[in-house]
Write a protein of this length. Structure first.
Length: 387
């Protein structure tokens, strides 16, 4: 393959087309050809400014390029690579609701996390939170946040300019003690991965890079409170890579109130989460179906917010952070647990959800997350496995 010609053709297309925000994901089929193209890119990018627009994901052998540059690639290099659209993807929450204090939120109590803290507080479990960032000044989060990464502005802290990521972080691991909020796993360590902008929107390529970063930095769990309707081969490929590396991905199913749901939650390698209301029924807005592995509290959930505040929000996003927190409690006791084993334990220890009129339990999928039952069963299995 003529790697110089590959990059030159791509650059010619970029320079000849009007600038726009659209991008394409270019994935090489052969690892040797990817290595050759990568080597050429590294040698050329210092000399050719246009190549600075290209980003890479070694994990799935992909380049993320401006859409204008990818127009002729499928025809010229059809046997060597595939090109797909870099779709937009949104966080899974409804409009922010009323402000207030959090303390010990109803959802944390509903999954019996406080009763589980005598066994585990999630100490030193590393959670990658791919979201809008986090408020590093929030007093309830200052002991829970690691540096993380800002994929939108490399070199800067992943500071939250939306609020969604801070809300997720609070439910996961707030540790405010008697004067502030307590999250599900207050001793877990959060690694904010800022892939979403101030409007709660990201590209698939940003998510791929976020998962790539989490794999390279050996996190234990990834919380993904977002989704889209469209399948993406690149996103599925990187999810599979994380799964095979032993990282559990816990993903929200979406807020359309329908059977079915969004990607990446629909990929079999993830743990798919739906939302419960305060009466422990599947929330009216929550997606549902047999693919849902477990449900978590998702209606009117209070948590941390920007400028050291608190706010209530609803969505499968909020439900997912409860489930991720429960998983962290277990992984602190069983650090070698595989993503598949974790999924099976979450499903096996879930409590039955209350049914709405006309609903059938089998049509909903899994049950309600229960951190105490999860730890009791998970720890017992560890003990039983000892010689």
């Amino acid at each position: 393959m003529n790697y110089y010609g590959f990059w030159q053709m791509l650059l010619d297309e970029i320079s000849a087309a009007p600038k726009n925000a659209e991008r394409r994901i270019v994935t090489f089929n052969d690892p040797r050809q990817y290595a050759g193209a990568l080597s050429q890119w590294k040698s050329l990018k210092a000399k050719i400014p246009g190549l600075a627009q290209v980003r890479i994901s070694p994990l799935i052998r992909a380049f993320f390029v401006p859409a204008a540059g990818a127009i002729r690639l499928p025809g010229k290099f059809a046997d060597a690579l595939s090109v797909e659209e870099d779709h937009r993807i949104q966080v899974h929450s409804l409009a922010a609701e009323k402000s207030g204090s959090a303390m010990l939120p109803w959802g944390v109590k509903a999954i019996h996390a406080p009763q589980a803290w005598s066994r585990s507080t999630g100490v030193q479990v590393k959670i990658g939170v791919i979201d809008t960032g986090a408020d590093y000044r929030h007093p309830d989060l200052k002991h829970s946040l690691a540096t993380g990464v800002n994929l939108l502005h490399r070199g800067m802290l992943p500071l939250d300019d939306n609020g969604h990521g801070t809300h997720i972080a609070g439910t996961l691991a707030a540790a405010g003690g008697t004067r502030g909020m307590m999250g599900v796993a207050p001793r877990a360590l959060l690694y904010p991965v800022k892939a979403f902008d101030h409007s709660g929107s990201a590209y698939v390529s940003d998510i791929v890079l976020g998962i790539d970063w989490c794999v390279q930095n050996k996190v234990d769990i990834i919380n993904m409170s977002f989704g889209m309707k469209t399948r993406s081969k690149a996103l599925h490929d990187v999810v599979i890579k994380a799964y095979r590396s032993g990282i559990a991905i816990i993903a929200s199913s979406g807020n359309d109130g329908k059977r079915g749901g969004d990607y990446p939650a629909r990929y079999p390698e993830t743990i798919a989460v739906g939302a419960l209301d305060k009466r422990h029924r599947v929330a009216a807005f929550s997606n549902r179906g047999p693919y849902i592995d477990v449900y978590g509290p998702g209606e009117g959930v209070p948590s941390c917010w920007l400028r050291e505040g608190y706010k209530e929000m609803s969505g499968t996003s909020m439900a997912t952070s409860h489930v991720t927190g429960a998983a962290a409690l277990l992984l602190a006791l069983r650090p070698g647990l595989s993503p598949r084993e974790l999924k099976l334990l979450l499903r096996r220890t879930a409590s039955p959800v209350r049914l709405r009129k006309g609903q059938r339990r089998a049509a909903l999928g899994g049950g309600a997350a229960d951190a105490l039952r999860l730890l009791r069963t998970g720890a017992r299995r560890k003990t039983a496995a000892k010689p």
